[in-house]
Design a protein around this ligand. Structure first.
Ligand SMILES: C[S@@+](CC[C@H](N)C(=O)[O-])C[C@H]1O[C@@H](n2cnc3c(N)ncnc32)[C@H](O)[C@@H]1O
Length: 208
């Protein structure tokens, strides 16, 4: 039988409650990072990898943007993103794909936002996906989680989210940068943000 990706068995509500929990507070930080990098780069063609329920889409400048694509492996997350933002952002398109293996090209993006997705996919495969979906001029923003010795999935009492532990891999920042460089991406900036439970987010900014 085909293996079902554990992300397909987590209700969006569970994932979002987990991310918003006061000890985790990752949703809030990701939202502010999305705001910061969209404002900085003012993109026209945007790709969100692992878009989930669309956290941060409210910061898209709808007067400027030509096309925005959101990809996720879980169709029900995309349905909810569409419900939340489809009317407000007419340029929004959503598609189900496995970012680690898909060879499809959906967009020629000048801005890619990849938050907490590399932990769940093959790194080379994801860069190949990015390469197939980016413009010659591209700002690629990747956020990874650094556990700093704590559990990969924090305890919030929400049981369903624990199933992703089986596929979660710590992403090594150096390996990420080396693979990025093989695909022609240059690191221009990075930042670390510490979370309430001692974990942190490492955000890398690349361009070509
Ligand atoms: C940890 S969540 C991050 C969601 C969102 N980027 C955020 O920052 O809140 C990972 C997201 O990536 C999706 N995902 C996991 N593996 C995937 C894959 N192989 N291909 C596409 N999407 C995937 C999950 O369904 C989930 O929505």
């Amino acid at each position: 039988m085909e293996n079902i990706n554990p992300w397909n068995s987590i209700p969006l509500n569970d994932y979002e409650q987990h991310m918003e929990h006061k000890d985790v507070a990752q949703a809030q930080l990701l939202n502010s990072l999305t705001y910061k990098y969209l404002k900085k780069h003012k993109p026209e063609n945007i790709l969100f990898l692992g878009i989930s329920g669309g956290n941060g889409l409210e910061h898209v400048d709808t007067d400027r943007v030509k096309k925005i694509f959101g990809i996720d492996i879980n169709q029900s997350y995309l349905n909810e993103s569409h419900k939340r933002f489809g009317n407000k952002i007419r340029q929004l398109e959503l598609a189900t794909a496995d970012i680690g293996t898909s060879t499809k090209s959906f967009i020629k993006a000048d801005f890619i936002w990849a938050a907490l997705i590399f932990e769940y996919v093959n790194i080379e495969g994801a860069f190949q996906f990015i390469a197939n979906n980016c413009n010659k001029y591209i700002n690629l923003i990747i956020t990874i989680q650094s556990n700093n010795g704590t559990n990969s999935v924090s305890s919030t009492g929400i049981e369903s989210v624990k199933s992703v532990k089986d596929i979660f891999k710590n992403v090594d920042g150096n390996e990420l940068q080396n693979t990025a460089s093989k695909f022609g991406f240059k690191l221009t900036n990075s930042e670390e943000n510490i979370l309430p439970n001692g974990k942190s987010f490492l955000t890398y900014e690349f361009n070509i």
